[in-house]
Design a binder for this molecule. Structure first.
Ligand code: BTN
Length: 251
């Protein structure tokens, strides 16, 4: 069922929201709106994406009508060193919104994958477009199955045990939580956001992980976040490596 935009716009305090049946990627639509000068907080969503994409050049499976696929344009006056923390704040918001709307307990894998039962239920992509940040969020809601190559690593709220999640409630819960975390970051700086992330994520400390990077693979035990929100990993030889980017998985 399509989302009820009139009721959503009221529930979202008249935040600009555009929702289309199909697009290539809401990241492109949001970037286009940003370049036209849209307001901070503008949301662009779609029931289906033909070229949904994620971090590290991966595709994002966007089964028509089964998920929530949307991007939020943010214009923030934050010091540039706080921008990486927006990535963590968006993950926290998605996790909090998912729990509020579905009742499921979830985990966060650095930097911002949301996991249910150890499998990915939500992915987040943050891109800078001119002076705006585009926060893309994909949540697998009603998917009853995944292709064999994704089956071991992906799940949906439905498969994780949440029945009939209302997508409007879910969207509102994520956006309201995103606002709260961005205000927290703007008013109090990164520390409280980092502390909340460390509390919500089993991956921040003491987890045996492999980090796949473009030209290297790092293995070790996670050892906290640095003040910018990057992940420390202690290798077996005792050397600590600061992970700025890459895919983290259990090691
Ligand atoms: C990832 O886990 O790698 C990030 C996935 C982000 C997917 C969302 S769906 C809405 C928005 N549009 C896209 O093309 N990507 C993001």
């Amino acid at each position: 069922m399509p989302l009820d935009l009139d009721s959503l716009s009221i529930r979202l305090s008249h935040r600009p929201i555009v929702w289309v049946e199909e697009t290539d990627s809401t990241m492109h639509d949001a970037a286009h709106l940003a370049s036209m000068g849209c307001a901070s907080g503008t949301v662009v969503g779609a029931n289906a994406q033909t070229a949904g994409h994620g971090r590290l050049g991966r595709k994002w499976l966007s089964v028509p009508g089964a998920g929530l696929y949307f991007s939020v344009v943010l214009r923030l006056s934050l010091p540039s060193e706080h921008l990486p923390v927006v990535t963590l704040a968006t993950g926290l918001a998605a996790a909090e919104g998912i729990t509020a709307a579905s009742g499921l307990a979830v985990d966060l894998r650095w930097p911002n994958d949301v996991l249910a039962g150890g499998r990915k239920v939500c992915g987040i992509l943050i891109e800078q477009h001119q002076s705006a940040l585009i926060c893309g969020i994909g949540i697998n809601v009603d998917h009853a199955e995944f292709p064999p190559e994704l089956e071991p690593i992906a799940t949906s709220l439905f498969l994780a045990g949440a029945r009939s999640v209302n997508k409007e409630d879910l969207l509102v819960a994520v956006l309201e939580s995103l606002d709260r975390h961005i205000v927290l970051l703007a008013e109090k700086g990164p520390e409280p956001v980092l502390a909340l992330f460390a509390q919500a994520s089993s991956y921040v400390s003491g987890r045996s992980v492999v980090v796949d990077q473009e030209d290297a693979q790092i293995r070790g035990i996670t050892d906290g976040l640095d003040p910018s929100g990057f992940l420390w990993v202690r290798q077996q030889d005792g050397v600590r490596k600061l992970i700025l980017a890459g895919g983290v998985r259990p090691g």
